[in-house]
Each structure stands twice: as structure tokens, then as C-alpha cells.
Design a protein around this ligand. Structure first.
Ligand SMILES: C[S@@+](CC[C@H](N)C(=O)[O-])C[C@H]1O[C@@H](n2cnc3c(N)ncnc32)[C@H](O)[C@@H]1O
Length: 295
């Protein structure tokens, strides 16, 4: 069991300590009672923790009802030999073994499974955001409906400067959908309406967000093929969490979510099954969050 957000008084164990109990410190807000749940990386304050696991296995180790907000950018399952355009050059869309499609039924089964685990982890009023393209977002939306989430918004993220469409047989793909949902129909979700309005020149913020794809300054330490812009995550975190809330990203990649969360004084847990992306996360965190580069 992985227990988050403990107060000092919570550190008195009520039952004899498990043999595998490996951490128990006054200022630690995370208690790990299984060797397998050892972080791959954590900062001194334990507010930025990365785990190298398959998310489907790892999420079961987190205490149910302990997460305030989840941002998930799951595999799009679009790496099937197609081509795209990057910096004026024809490039393969293959992102890695983790993004290869196993067919629509398997994709939907996978989406149902991780979404069900995430739903259990959310607090009663907690919310989840999931980003995706047409390859995956309909399955995600349907799975959310099947599981009884309350869909709050479907944000159209307009990428402003998308790569051109090389085949000239389609419109240029310029948007991605970000679904925002609460744990259940009974949830009373948190929304910082005044702040969103203030950030939008004192007009109600709409569900169309124009945000550029991450620039070079966010890719100084290497590239993740589907890295999200910090501005997108800043907005999501500010809209739906308070300071010290616990944010989870079950497909953390280069940890854009974690860097934004840390800089905004939230606590972060990120999971990825690929070590190379966690190494990139670590470098980004040490430079962009700890050193304050890009702030
Ligand atoms: C779309 S990318 C996320 C990118 C991230 N939002 C960013 O800004 O860098 C999805 C990530 O999920 C990871 N992944 C895919 N399947 C996984 C699984 N079953 N368990 C854990 N991580 C997984 C991949 O390694 C990949 O880094």
C-alpha cells in the first residue's frame, strides 16, 4: 500500500509494521510499504516522485481516495508505419513499442482498466483530465461513460503551429481533445473560475485553448515524441487543484505534468514503464523545476 499526503500524527502505525516497510520519516508525505513501490527518483522534499512500473500494476499500490487530480496522456496507439512531417522533413510516426496498436477491442480494454484504477484513487471530488487524438479519445470518452465518471468539459486544444499534412488528402490535424471528468455524478468538483477568467482578460474562459506545441526551450534535455507543453499543464493544474494537492500522471513520459505541479506547489507522482523517459524527466525536473529555468 502506498499512502499519500500523511500528516505528522499519521506516522504512528496502528498495526505492526510490515516487514517490507521501507520508509517512515517525519516530513515524508509518502509511505511506501512494498519494496516493489520504491521510487525510481524523488526529490528531497518528496514532492516529486517518479516510479518505473507498468501503470496497470502500480496503481493498485496507491491508497484509494488519495489523489486530488489526475492528468493522463495515454498511448495513442497510432504507431503503425505512417508518415508525418517534422521541421519540413518526412518522418515516421512510430513513437515506440508502447504506442503500437493491438486493435480497437484491446485498446478499449486497456483504457477501461487504467481508467477504473484511476477512478478508485481519486478523492470523492477529485477530477481526471485525459488528452488524446481521434485514435483513442472516443474509446476514452466511452469508457468514462461506462464507468460512471461525470464528464465536465471536452477541451479542444488548438496547437496553433501544427505540422503540415503531407498527403494533402486531409485537413491539417491541428487539435487534440482533452476530456475533463469528475470521479462520479455525485462529485462536487473544484474549479478556480475566477482565476481562469482573470487569465482570459476578465472574460469567461472557453473550452477552446490556443497553445503552441512545446518549443526548443522545453526540449533542452532530449525529446519525448509526445511531449505536452508546460502552458497546457499549468492551466489544467491551476484550474482544478489547490496548493499542496496530490497530482498523479499514470503515463508521465518526460513529466511535463510533474514539472508544472512542482512549480505550482502541488505534490506529484509520475509513472512510466520506460526508464529512458524517467531519465529525461529527472533532467528536466532538475533544470526546469529545481533551478527555475524557464520560470
Ligand atoms: C503519450 S506519452 C506521455 C507524454 C507526456 N505527457 C509528456 O509530456 O512527456 C505516454 C507515455 O506512457 C508510457 N506508457 C505506455 N504504456 C504504459 C504502461 N502500461 N505503463 C506505464 N507507462 C506506459 C510511455 O512510455 C510514454 O512515455
Amino acid at each position: 500500500m502506498y499512502d499519500i499526503n500523511l500528516q505528522e500524527q499519521d506516522f504512528m502505525p496502528k498495526t505492526p509494521m510490515s516487514k517490507n516497510f521501507i520508509k517512515w520519516k517525519k516530513e515524508v508525505h509518502i509511505k511506501v510499504v512494498q519494496e516493489t513501490a520504491k521510487p525510481y527518483y524523488e526529490d528531497e522534499t518528496k514532492r516529486f516522485c517518479l516510479f518505473n512500473h507498468d501503470t496497470l500494476k502500480f496503481l493498485d499500490l496507491i491508497q484509494p481516495g488519495s489523489i486530488d487530480m489526475i492528468f493522463a496522456d495515454p498511448p495513442y496507439f497510432l504507431s503503425n508505419g505512417g508518415m508525418s512531417c517534422h521541421a519540413g522533413r518526412r518522418v515516421s510516426v512510430n513513437k515506440g513499442e508502447w504506442d503500437v496498436s493491438k486493435g480497437i477491442d484491446e485498446t478499449h480494454k486497456f483504457n477501461l482498466e487504467w481508467l477504473r484504477l484511476c477512478q478508485d484513487l481519486l478523492t470523492e471530488n477529485g477530477t481526471i483530465w485525459v488528452s488524446g487524438t481521434s485514435h483513442v479519445i472516443y474509446s476514452i470518452g466511452f469508457a468514462m461513460q461506462e464507468l460512471g465518471f461525470k464528464i465536465l468539459n471536452d477541451i479542444a486544444w488548438y496547437k496553433v503551429n501544427p505540422p503540415p499534412n503531407l498527403s494533402c488528402r486531409y485537413f491539417t490535424h491541428a487539435t487534440e481533445t482533452v476530456l475533463w471528468a469528475a470521479k462520479s455524478k455525485k462529485s462536487r468538483h473544484y474549479f478556480d473560475y475566477p482565476l481562469m477568467k482573470k487569465m482570459n482578460n476578465n472574460k469567461q474562459m472557453q473550452s477552446l485553448w490556443s497553445i503552441k506545441a512545446p518549443g526548443r526551450d522545453e526540449k533542452l534535455h532530449g525529446k519525448h515524441p509526445t511531449q505536452k507543453p508546460l502552458e497546457l499543464l499549468d492551466r489544467i493544474i491551476l484550474a482544478s487543484t489547490k496548493k499542496n494537492d496530490v497530482v498523479l500522471d499514470p503515463f508521465t513520459g518526460s513529466s511535463t505534468t510533474g514539472i508544472a505541479a512542482y512549480k505550482l506547489d502541488r505534490k506529484f507522482i509520475g509513472v512510466d514503464k520506460n526508464k529512458e523517459y524517467l531519465e529525461l524527466s529527472k533532467k528536466r525536473f532538475e533544470s526546469e523545476a529545481l533551478q527555475g529555468v524557464n520560470t
